[in-house]
Design a protein around this ligand. Structure first.
Ligand code: NAP
Length: 269
C-alpha cells in the first residue's frame, strides 16, 4: 500500500509542486485548498500520470474548525496520513495601520492556527503507527523581524520555532519534522500579496528546485531547509546579528524597495 501525503494549499505554487513530486515518488495524495476546480484538475492529472490515488478536500483553512473538519473527512474516507505538508499560506504587506485587521486575522488562522490544529489532528496517528513526517512551510522571513510584513514575518518565525521544537520532541519516536524556509519563489503568492516588490531582493526561483530540496532535506532528517546560496546565508547569518539592528536595516531596505518608482516589468495585482 502506498503512503499518503496530505498537502494544504495544493491548488497552486509550492503546494501543487509538492503534490506533483510526492505523487511521482508513489505517494497517494490528499489535496486541500479552497479552489475545488483546480484541485480536481490536479488530482485527475496525478492519477493519470503516476497511477496514485488522489483525494480532494475543499476547505477554507481560515475557518476555526478547519482542521477538525478535514480530520473528520479523512476518517469517513478511511484515510490515514503519513506525511503532512502544512504549506497553505499568504502574506500581507504595507504599513501595519493600512492593512485590514480582518485580513491579518485570516492570515494567522491559515498560516499558524490551521497548521498547529492539523498537526494536533494528524500527529497522534503517526505516533500510533510509529512513523510519519511533517513538513511546515515557513519562509526566509522567519529569521528576522520583517517591517512592512510584520504579521507575515512573525507568523513564519512561529512556524520555524514550532517546527524545530517538535522535531526535537519526536525525533526519537519515528517522526520527522522539517521546516522549509524558501526565499522568493515565482508563484501566485505575489499576486495575492499585491506586489512583486514583496520579493524585496528581486531574485526569484521556481517551485521545482525548492520542493526538491525540501524533500531531500526531509529524507536526510534536517531541521530546516533554506534552498539557494543567498537564502542559506541569510538563514545562517541573520540570527547572529543584533536583533534591533537587523530590524532597523530591514525597515530601511524594505521601505525603499516598496517606495521605488514602478518599472514597466513590475505590476501590482
Ligand atoms: N512564493 C514565495 O516567494 C514564498 C516564499 C517563502 C514562503 N512561501 C510560503 O509558501 C507557501 C505556499 O505559497 P505559494 O508561494 O505557493 O503561494 P500560492 O501559489 O499563492 O499558494 C498558496 C496556497 O495556499 C492556499 N490558501 C490560501 N489561503 C487559503 C485558505 N484560506 N484556505 C485554504 N487554502 C488557502 C491557496 O489555495 P486556495 O486559494 O485555492 O485556497 C494556495 O493553494 C505559503 O505558506 C507561503 O507563505 C512562499
Amino acid at each position: 500500500m502506498n503512503s499518503t501525503a496530505l498537502i494544504t494549499g495544493a491548488s497552486s505554487g509550492l503546494g501543487a509542486e509538492f503534490a506533483e513530486q510526492l505523487a511521482a515518488q508513489g505517494y497517494d495524495v490528499v489535496l486541500v485548498a479552497r479552489s475545488g476546480d483546480r484541485l480536481a484538475a490536479l488530482a485527475e492529472r496525478l492519477i493519470a500520470e503516476h497511477g496514485v490515488r488522489a483525494h480532494v478536500l475543499v476547505q477554507d483553512l481560515a475557518e476555526p474548525d478547519a482542521a477538525r473538519r478535514i480530520a473528520d473527512r479523512l476518517t469517513t474516507r478511511g484515510l490515514s496520513v503519513d506525511l503532512l505538508v502544512n504549506n497553505a499560506g499568504f502574506g500581507t504587506c504595507g504599513r501595519f495601520e493600512e492593512i485590514s485587521g480582518a485580513r491579518d486575522h485570516d492570515q494567522l488562522m491559515v498560516n499558524v492556527v490551521a497548521l498547529v490544529d492539523l498537526t494536533h489532528e494528524l500527529l497522534p496517528g503517526m505516533l500510533e503507527r510509529g512513523r510519519g513526517a511533517v513538513v511546515n512551510v515557513a519562509s526566509n522571513a522567519a529569521f528576522q523581524p520583517a517591517p512592512y510584513f510584520a504579521v507575515y514575518g512573525a507568523a513564519k518565525a512561529f512556524v520555524l520555532n514550532f517546527g524545530l521544537a517538535l522535531r526535537q520532541e519526536y525525533r526519537r519516536r519515528g517522526i520527522r519534522v522539517l521546516t522549509l524556509c524558501p526565499g522568493p519563489v515565482e508563484t501566485a503568492f505575489f499576486d495575492t500579496i499585491g506586489t512583486r516588490r514583496a520579493a524585496v531582493t528581486g531574485s526569484m526561483t521556481t517551485p521545482e528546485p525548492v520542493v526538491r530540496a525540501a524533500l531531500r532535506a526531509l529524507e536526510r532528517d534536517r531541521g530546516y531547509a533554506a534552498p539557494g546560496l543567498g537564502n542559506a546565508l541569510t538563514a545562517h547569518l541573520t540570527p547572529r546579528r543584533p536583533r534591533t539592528l537587523v530590524a532597523a536595516v530591514a525597515e530601511r531596505v524594505t521601505r525603499k524597495v516598496l517606495a521605488a518608482p514602478s518599472k514597466s516589468s513590475e505590476h501590482a495585482a
